[in-house]
Design a protein around this ligand. Structure first.
Ligand code: CTP
Ligand code: MG
Length: 241
């Protein structure tokens, strides 16, 4: 049974642009001395269990920094088949990687770890923990953190309509790992989802929630970029001690 990573990176970073005024797609913004996307790709390529790492770019992406990625080695493969939504980019990527690897019959039962290009603080230990916790359970699983804040549902005027008990609520992160054939079927069945687990849930399966930590944040707004920079630099300083 093989493990592959699939990294959707065909977004434009519109929420980041709206606040920062920077036009560069966020996956290419500079972060701790590297293009943002390189950090996650480095962790995935450095995970011994993962045999190949497929990155899904927009078909017209002219900014992919191939030279800066060269030293990540032969595991890294580029697919230029991004779609209009994240789910579409993932589904297109699943089809393209199957095509490259000899078809669905070859890889249908293999595991795919889908990871946002925009989560740069992923570590090899987080990936290995996910793989170990999910094991061979066909329902798959995802990294997630229990919700810490009290949650409020708003009414139309922006006032509190209701307090939502946080017991049992988790924030979904990535990687999310599922078998190739099952994930593709699920995304065809439920193409409007915002993460892979939701698609799997529509098939009636119950993915594992694997506790992670908040350092695996998604860079959405300018402040997230500063937090990610701080996390990566602190880890670097700890390694030097
Ligand atoms: N993504 C993708 N294809 C899309 C949209 C998003 O591959 N059509 C990818 C992004 O590149 C990112 C991940 O999905 O790595 C998570 O998406 P998000 O954080 O929403 O990134 P963007 O869509 O780029 O940002 P925004 O929603 O602010 O425009
Ligand atoms: Mg988006």
């Amino acid at each position: 049974m093989a493990y592959y990573a699939l990294v959707p990176a065909a977004g434009s970073g519109s929420r980041m642009h709206a606040l920062s005024g920077r036009a560069l797609p966020k996956q290419y913004l500079p972060l701790a001395g590297q293009p943002l996307i390189r950090h996650a790709l480095e962790a995935l390529c450095a995970t011994p269990a993962i045999v190949e790492v497929f990155v899904v770019l927009a078909p017209d992406d002219a900014l992919w920094p191939a030279a800066a990625m060269a030293d990540l080695g032969p595991k890294l493969r580029v697919l230029r088949c991004g779609g209009d939504t994240r789910a579409q980019s993932v589904a297109n990527g699943l089809r393209a990687m199957a095509h490259e690897l000899g078809g669905e019959a070859e890889i249908g039962d293999d595991w795919i770890l889908v990871h946002d290009a925009a989560r740069p603080c992923l570590t090899v230990a987080m990936v290995e923990n996910l793989i170990a916790e999910v094991g061979e359970d066909d329902a798959g699983g995802l990294l997630a953190v229990p919700v810490a804040d009290t949650l409020k549902r708003a009414d139309e005027s922006g006032r509190v309509h209701q307090t939502v008990p946080r017991e049992g609520l988790w924030q979904a992160q990535t990687p999310q790992m599922f078998r190739h054939r099952l994930l593709l079927d699920a995304l065809d069945f439920a193409p409007q989802v915002t993460d892979e687990a939701s698609a799997i849930e529509t098939l009636g399966l119950l993915p594992h929630l694997v506790p992670a930590d908040a350092s695996n944040l998604k860079v959405t707004y300018p402040l997230d970029l500063q937090l990610a920079e701080w996390i990566l630099q602190s880890r670097k300083a700890e390694r030097k001690q």
